[in-house]
Design a protein around this ligand. Structure first.
Ligand code: PLP
Length: 476
C-alpha cells in the first residue's frame, strides 16, 4: 500500500516546507554557505542506490539533513543575485496536484482539458499584460504556450523564423550557412546559444545606442543591409525588454518597424521585466510590441510562480507548428487531423510535457491580478529604497536602477572587485557581480515577497560594512 504512507509523508513535507519558509522569513537561515567545498554533498551520499525501498519519512529526513544545508536559498529575502525565481504556496500546491494527476499532454487527444486550460490561461495572461489581440488563441492565427524556459522560447522562435525566412526550405536543406540572427551584446546568453543550437552559428551583434544598453535601430538596419549584400538571409531579430545586465529596454517600436519592412521575425525576450506590464504604470515597457512575431515572459521570475514556467506567444502559429511538426503514424489521431485542436508537441522542442497550465492557473486565481501587481510594486519600492541609499552614500555610485534591479559600483574598479569578493564570502546575503561598459559592478535584484524595508536596511548596512576600512569584521 503506497497511498497511506504518501498521505502522511505529504503532510510532513508540507509542515517541513512551512517551517522552512518561516525560517527564511525570519532570516534564521543563511542565503549561502560560502565555505562549503565542492564535493561535500557527494561525500555525504552513498555511492550506490538502495537495493530495498526505504520509507518516505526517512527520505524526507535525509533531504533536510543532507540536501537542504547544501542549497543556496533562492527564496531568502536577502537573495539578490541574478534575477529572482518566483514561488508561492499556490504554485507549490499546483505542482503537487499536477504531479499527482500525472498527465502527459503532448497533444490535445492525450490531455484535452490540459491543452484547453493552457489556451485559456495564456489568453488570460496576454490580456492582463495588454499584449495585442493577435497573440491570443481566439485570434485564430496566434496563441500562447508554456515552455520550460526563456531559452526554449528563443530557440523555438528561431526555428519558426528559419522556417518562414526559407519558405520551408531549411527543413530539407538545413541552414546552408545563410540565415542570420541579430541581437545586442546585452542579450541573454541563451540567445547566442539558440543561434548555435539551430545551426546559425555566430549571431550578428548589433551595436547599442551610445551611453545606453539599448539596440541602435539605425545600426540594425545597416547590419541587415550588409548581410543581404553578402548573400546572407536575415531571419530573426531578438530584442530584450529588461536585459539581464542592467534591465535595459530595447526600442521595440523602431526595431519592429524595421523588421516589418525587411520581413524579418522579431522575437521579444521579456523574461524578467515582462510581468511588470501587469501594472498600468509599467505598460510602456511593451510599447511597440505589436510588430513582434513572438514574445516571452518568465512567469517563474516575477509572477509568484515556481520554475519552470515561461509563457511564449506568437502571432504566427502556422510558421511555428509547420517548423516543428513531425507526424509518425503512432502520433496520428482524428482530432489532430481535423486541424481544430492545438497539439502543444508542435509548439516546443520535446514531444512529451506535463500539464503545464495548472500552475499558472492556480497562481493567477490565488493572487488575482491585483495581488500580482502588488507583488511587483512591492519589489519596485524595495529597489527604489536601496537605490536611494546607494546614491546618497559617498564612495558609492548608482550605475542604473530600473524596476527591481539596482546596479552600482564603488569609486574605483579595484575597490568594486574587492567589495564584491568580500560580499561573496558573507552568508547573510547574495548579490551578483557583472560589468557595465567594461567596468565591474555589483548587481542587486530585489524580488522576494519576504523582503521588508528592515531587510533592505540590513542588507545595505552589510554592504557598507564590507566597503568600510577594516572590512566586514567591523560590527554593525
Ligand atoms: N532572458 C533574460 C533577459 C534573462 O534575464 C534570463 C535569465 O535571467 C533568460 C533570458 C534565461 O531564462 P531561462 O533560464 O528561463 O532560460
Amino acid at each position: 500500500n503506497e497511498v497511506e504512507p504518501f498521505r502522511a509523508a505529504v503532510h510532513e513535507a508540507v509542515d517541513r516546507l512551512v517551517g522552512h519558509w518561516r525560517a527564511l522569513a525570519d532570516e534564521r537561515l543563511p542565503v549561502t554557505r560560502p565555505g562549503r567545498a565542492p564535493g561535500a554533498t557527494v561525500a555525504a551520499l552513498p555511492a550506490l542506490p538502495p537495493e530495498q525501498g526505504e520509507p518516505l519519512d526517512r527520505i524526507l529526513q535525509d533531504t533536510w539533513d543532507t540536501v537542504v544545508p547544501g542549497l543556496v536559498h533562492w527564496q531568502h529575502p536577502a537573495f539578490l543575485a541574478y534575477y529572482p525565481t518566483g514561488n508561492s504556496p499556490a504554485s507549490v500546491l499546483a505542482e503537487l496536484v499536477t504531479a499527482g494527476l500525472g498527465v502527459q499532454g503532448m497533444m490535445w487527444t492525450t490531455g484535452p482539458a490540459a491543452t484547453e486550460l493552457e489556451q485559456v490561461v495564456t489568453d488570460w495572461l496576454a490580456q492582463a499584460l495588454g499584449l495585442p489581440g493577435h497573440f491570443l488563441h481566439t485570434s485564430g492565427n496566434g496563441g500562447g504556450v508554456i515552455q520550460d524556459s526563456a531559452s526554449s522560447a528563443v530557440l523555438v522562435a528561431v526555428v519558426a523564423a528559419l522556417h518562414r525566412a526559407s519558405r520551408g526550405r531549411w527543413r530539407d536543406l538545413g541552414t546552408e550557412g545563410r540565415y542570420r540572427l541579430y541581437r545586442t551584446d546585452q542579450a541573454n546568453s541563451c540567445v547566442a546559444k539558440a543561434a548555435r543550437v539551430a545551426g546559425l552559428g555566430e549571431s550578428t551583434v548589433v551595436p547599442t545606442l551610445p551611453g545606453t544598453a539599448r539596440m541602435d535601430p539605425r545600426a540594425l538596419r545597416e547590419r541587415l543591409a550588409a548581410d543581404r549584400a553578402a548573400g546572407g538571409v536575415p531571419a530573426i531579430v531578438v530584442a530584450t525588454v529588461g536585459t539581464t545586465g542592467t534591465c535595459a529596454v530595447d526600442p521595440l517600436a523602431d526595431i519592429g518597424r524595421i523588421c516589418r519592412e525587411e520581413g524579418v521575425w522579431l522575437h521579444v525576450d521579456a523574461a524578467y521585466a515582462g510581468p511588470a506590464a501587469l501594472c498600468p504604470e509599467f505598460r510602456w515597457l511593451n510599447d511597440g510590441v505589436g510588430a513582434a512575431d513572438s514574445y516571452a515572459v518568465n512567469a517563474h521570475k516575477w509572477m509568484r510562480t515556481g520554475t519552470p514556467c515561461n509563457v511564449m506567444w506568437t502571432s504566427d502559429r502556422r510558421s511555428l507548428t509547420e517548423a516543428m511538426s513531425v507526424s509518425p503514424p503512432y502520433l496520428r489521431n482524428e482530432a489532430s487531423d481535423t486541424g481544430a485542436v492545438v497539439d502543444y508537441r508542435d509548439w516546443q522542442i520535446p514531444l512529451g510535457r506535463p500539464m503545464r497550465a495548472l500552475k499558472l492557473w492556480y497562481v493567477m486565481r490565488a493572487h488575482g491580478l491585483q495581488g500580482l501587481r502588488e507583488a511587483i510594486r512591492h519589489d519596485v519600492r524595495m529597489a527604489a529604497l536601496l537605490a536611494e541609499l546607494v546614491a546618497a552614500e559617498a564612495g558609492f555610485h548608482l550605475v542604473t536602477h530600473r524596476l527591481g534591479l539596482v546596479v552600482f559600483r564603488l569609486d574605483t574598479d579595484p575597490r568594486t572587485r574587492e567589495v564584491a569578493r568580500s560580499l561573496a564570502g558573507d552568508p547573510a546575503l547574495l548579490l551578483s557581480s557583472s560589468t557595465v561598459d567594461g567596468r565591474p559592478v555589483l548587481r542587486a535584484a530585489l524580488g522576494s515577497p519576504l523582503l521588508t524595508e528592515a531587510t533592505v536596511h540590513r542588507v545595505w548596512r552589510t554592504i557598507r560594512r564590507h566597503a568600510a576600512p577594516g572590512g566586514p569584521t567591523a560590527s554593525e
